[in-house]
Design a protein around this ligand. Structure first.
Ligand code: SF4
Ligand code: SF4
Length: 258
C-alpha cells in the first residue's frame, strides 16, 4: 500500500516573500521536495489548495495586525509541526524597527487617512503568539538549510543548522578576517552561521542578516567598534537591521541610544 505523503502548507504574514521564494529557488531539488510532500497550501506557488490539518507548516512573516494575531492561532491549530522561516517570523523582521518608536506617528506621516489602518504597535515574531517547533534564521533563509529542515521533518530527526557564528565559517573557507586585517566593522562575531560567510569573503563586514548566534557577546563587539572609531549612532544602526528586536541586539542598541 502506498504511504500517505506529508501535507505541507506555507503561510505568509508581514514579509517580503523572499523566504518563500527560497523554497521555489531550490530548482534542482524542488522536484524531489514536491515528490516527497503534498503541497497542500502554498499560494505563492499554486492556486490549488487542500484543506487542513497539515503535517508541516512553514510560516514566513511577523505579526503586525490584529487580524494576523488571530490568524496565526488558526494556523497553529491546523498544523501538527510548525516551523518559522526567516528574520520576520523568528525576530519580527525589519518591520520591528517600528517597535522603537510610536507607530501612530508613522501612520500620520505616511497615510492620508490613517484612520483606515488597523495595525499593532509592535511587530513580533511568531513564537510570541504560538508554540513554534523550530526556527530557521536568515533574511532570506539559506535554501540548503531549508531543505535540511524539510528532510529532518520527513525523517523524524533534528535539523542540522549550526548555532555558531559567521566567524567560524570565515575560518572554514580560509577568508582573512576583515576586522583584524583591515579594521572593518563586522558583526560576524555575534551573527548566526548559515550564509557561508559570503560578505567577508568579498572584503565586506557582515551586517547580521542571520541574526544573533547562540549566546552572542554584543557588548564586547560594541566596545571593539567604539575603539575603532564608531560612535553611538553607528552602533545603534549596526544592531538595528533585520533582527533589531532580538533580545541581544535590542539591548545593545538601546544601551547606545542617547
Ligand atoms: S526574512 Fe527577509 S527575505 Fe524573509 S520575508 Fe522577511 S524581509 Fe523577506
Ligand atoms: S551580512 Fe553576514 S550573515 Fe548576511 S550574508 Fe553577509 S556575511 Fe552572511
Amino acid at each position: 500500500m502506498a504511504m500517505r505523503k506529508a501535507k505541507l502548507a506555507v503561510w505568509k504574514f508581514a514579509s517580503c516573500d523572499g523566504c518563500q521564494l527560497s523554497l521555489l529557488d531550490c530548482e534542482d531539488e524542488l522536484l524531489a521536495v514536491a515528490g516527497a510532500v503534498d503541497m497542500a497550501h502554498f499560494p505563492e506557488a499554486t492556486s490549488a489548495q487542500v484543506k487542513g490539518p497539515y503535517d508541516l507548516s512553514l510560516v514566513e512573516g511577523s505579526i503586525t495586525t490584529p487580524h494576523d494575531a488571530a490568524r496565526i492561532h488558526q494556523v497553529r491549530r491546523a498544523s501538527q509541526t510548525l516551523i518559522t522561516i526567516g528574520a520576520c517570523a523568528t525576530a519580527g523582521g525589519i518591520q520591528a524597527l517600528r517597535n522603537f518608536r510610536n507607530v501612530r506617528e508613522f501612520l500620520g506621516i505616511v497615510y492620508a487617512h490613517p484612520e483606515y489602518i488597523e495595525t499593532l504597535s509592535l511587530s513580533t515574531p511568531i513564537s510570541t503568539h504560538v508554540l513554534v517547533d523550530f526556527e530557521l534564521r536568515g533574511c532570506p533563509i539559506n535554501k540548503h538549510q531549508l531543505l535540511d529542515v524539510i528532510a529532518a521533518f520527513l525523517h523524524k530527526r533534528k535539523p542540522v543548522t549550526p548555532a555558531h557564528s559567521v566567524c567560524l565559517e570565515c575560518k572554514r573557507r580560509g577568508s582573512v578576517c576583515v576586522m583584524v586585517a583591515h579594521g572593518l566593522p563586522c558583526l560576524g562575531p555575534v551573527t548566526h552561521a548559515g550564509c557561508g560567510a559570503i560578505c567577508p569573503a568579498y572584503q565586506r563586514g557582515c551586517y547580521a542578516c542571520f541574526g544573533p548566534m547562540e549566546s552572542p557577546n554584543a557588548p564586547a563587539l560594541a566596545d571593539w567598534l567604539m575603539s575603532h572609531g564608531a560612535g553611538d549612532s553607528a552602533i545603534v544602526r549596526a544592531f538595528r537591521t533585520y533582527n533589531a528586536y532580538t533580545e541581544s541586539f535590542r539591548k545593545e542598541s538601546e544601551a547606545h541610544e542617547r
